[in-house]
Ligand binder design. Sequence first.
Ligand code: CA
Ligand code: CA
Length: 126
Amino acid sequence: MPTGQLKVLVVSAKDLPNKDEKGDPYVNVYIESGYVQKTQTIPGDLSPVWNESFTFQVEDGKHKLHLDVYDSDEGKKDDSLGITTIDLKDVFEKGKDEKTVDLSSSSLFFPKAQGKITVQLEFTKK
Ligand SMILES: [Ca+2]
Ligand SMILES: [Ca+2]
């Protein structure tokens, strides 16, 4: 697995589930859980557009990008709106990739599809 720089453009999501009266989605983006980057919160929109880009250094052996979508809630714990993992092998090969993937509930036992998220990826080998 190559080493290099990965640029992640978090474009948008569609049809996120509504967890209460107001969905305010944001995304935690990470390859390793110790280094999480976060989009802005889009208030009151369950098909949000972020268009925010993030850069990660990819170390040898790492090839999974995690996208965790949450509903921001003031004064209580944010609700999970869906999670997904993108395998980076395609972008390692092609250099560029765009993906729209299903999000699923974070339940380990009954994961179900709930909405989609679109990202653009760009990888520069070191
Ligand atoms: Ca909520
Ligand atoms: Ca909320």
